[in-house]
Design a protein around this ligand. Structure first.
Ligand SMILES: [Ca+2]
Length: 285
């Protein structure tokens, strides 16, 4: 869909041109409980370091074929997104805000990041998804001569992402998160987006493997089916903008209590003043 071009060698999600977005989606929902997805991709373009973007995303979501701002896919998605983010928006965002805010963890770009959405959570593009990040790692993936792969494994509710980008045919750990609950019957997809900054975002192959886990049958039978994506021990927060600032409700109550407090003080003041006036009058006459 979108600006994606299908050739015999690859699906070019976006060409190395501004303001493009494209995607490919599976037609069939995935009914596997445990699976592995191996994605062979290539990101390359004319842009010099830090002047290219924005990256591509691999999806396992309830929704499919919905254009939007999250690497060419819709925001508030339901399911899993694994992003290969090639442009550090947060750096520029903090510079522009003139904030002397130092992020807790330094992140080096290009960045591979995983996010789980439950349909109400927004991806914060300005901050490269930091508020909703489950895990991430650095991956120097641009303009390489050798093949580059990202590997997503979802087995026994454990999400593991590995990368093979050094041309050594070795998987390198990127992130590993237990307790990830993803329903069956979602769709696989890949999408990419360019803005002012550009790159060719190519998908060469996506290979899905069913994984069979032994000795887990009894345990699985006791677990009820997952209907909404979630991650154990992590609250998938709804992102509302400035995390240092006050929310509108907080501002409302602050103003309300300030007003009530001021009126209370004025009333007390008036009572004390009239009482003092009276006693003074009594003293003089
Ligand atoms: Ca970014």
């Amino acid at each position: 869909m979108g600006d994606a071009m299908v050739t015999t060698e690859q699906v070019r999600l976006t060409p190395d041109m501004q303001s493009r977005q494209g995607a490919v989606w599976s037609r069939m929902p995935c009914q596997l409980k445990d699976w592995e997805m191996q994605v062979h991709f290539k990101i390359h373009g004319q842009g010099k370091k830090n002047l290219n973007g924005d990256g591509l995303a691999i999806w396992y979501t309830k929704e499919r074929m919905q254009k939007g701002p999250v690497f060419g896919n819709m925001d508030n998605f339901t399911g899993l997104g694994v992003f290969v983010d090639t442009y550090p928006n947060e750096e520029k965002y903090l510079e522009a805000q003139k904030k002397r805010y130092t992020p807790r963890t330094e992140r080096i770009f290009p960045l591979v990041l995983a996010m789980v959405g439950n349909g109400t959570i927004s991806y914060d593009h300005e901050r490269d998804g930091r508020p909703t990040e489950l895990g991430s790692c650095n991956a120097m993936v641009r303009n390489l001569k050798h093949d580059t792969f990202v590997f997503i494994r979802y087995v026994s509710r454990r999400l593991t992402v590995m990368i093979d980008i050094d041309g050594q045919h070795e998987w390198r750990d990127c992130l590993d998160i237990p307790g990830v609950r993803l329903p069956k019957g979602y769709y696989f997809g890949a999408s990419a987006l360019t803005g002012d900054l550009t790159d060719n975002h190519d998908i060469i192959s996506m290979k899905l493997y069913q994984i069979t886990v032994l000795n887990q049958k009894n345990q699985d039978d006791n677990e009820e089916d997952v209907t909404i994506p979630s991650v154990d021990n992590i609250e998938l927060i709804r992102w509302k903008g400035n995390e240092e600032g006050m929310s509108s409700i907080a501002i409302f109550f602050t103003v309300l209590f300030s007003m009530v407090g001021s009126i209370f003080l004025i009333v007390i003041g008036l009572v004390v003043y009239s009482h003092w006036n009276e006693t003074r009058r009594k003293r003089f006459y």
